[in-house]
Write a protein of this length. Sequence first.
Length: 261
Amino acid sequence: MLWEILSVVMMFEFVFLLFGLFFIAVLYSSVGHGGASGYLAVLSLTSYGMLESDWLKQHAWVLNVFVAGIAFVYYQKAGFHNLKTTLPFIVASIPMAFIGGYISLDDFYYDILLSLVLLWAAWKLMDKNQYKSIKEGDLNFKKALPWGGGIGFFSGMIGVGGGIFLSPILLLKGWATPKTAAATSALFIWVNSLSGLMGSTFAGNLDIDLEIIPYFIGSVLLGGLIGSYYGSKIANEHSVKKILVVVLIIAGLKRMIELIF
């Protein structure tokens, strides 16, 4: 009897997890993000949250690769991708994300700082007076390399693709419109997630559960298709910006809640 009850509880938990992953994929992909910070939040609410940080990071990266890839295809086909904007960030981020993937980070003060930065970015994006006019021509390798390298390194350490950092930077600096930022972030996240996975592989820490990952992928693929279509085809620039603010708040509060509880 006890075993039957436990089986039912585990089944409901797994269904909740799949729905949560689907919802996160819809929300994040609509702004060109892979959703890693959201996936980590959902996983932390289940028994999977008790697993090693390397396991959690790697599964989040795998899901990122699929969702960010879908988002990029949709935004690129809709004509919002500018390679000149994306390339300098990617060039700097690849080696740094690879290095960051080697590192297992568990730093209380770092998590507090990260949460505050994400919430600060959300607040800034809500303030219309903080916006600069779009000056894509002002972006060059010299300006983008430090940002790309820094984002790549920290993303590799904490197990995300970096879109939650790159998108607000592009908008607050006036380097891209919301939809161009979404396209740039999607490709940036895809590359960073692969680099992080490679870093974990070379460090000998690759631990992908081949029994459950297909279910995870199925959920986020469906969510990614829906969110990417909405963001690139239906939503206007202002709507994409508002969704991005919600994503940043979720990511920031998620880390705060984890620290408290």
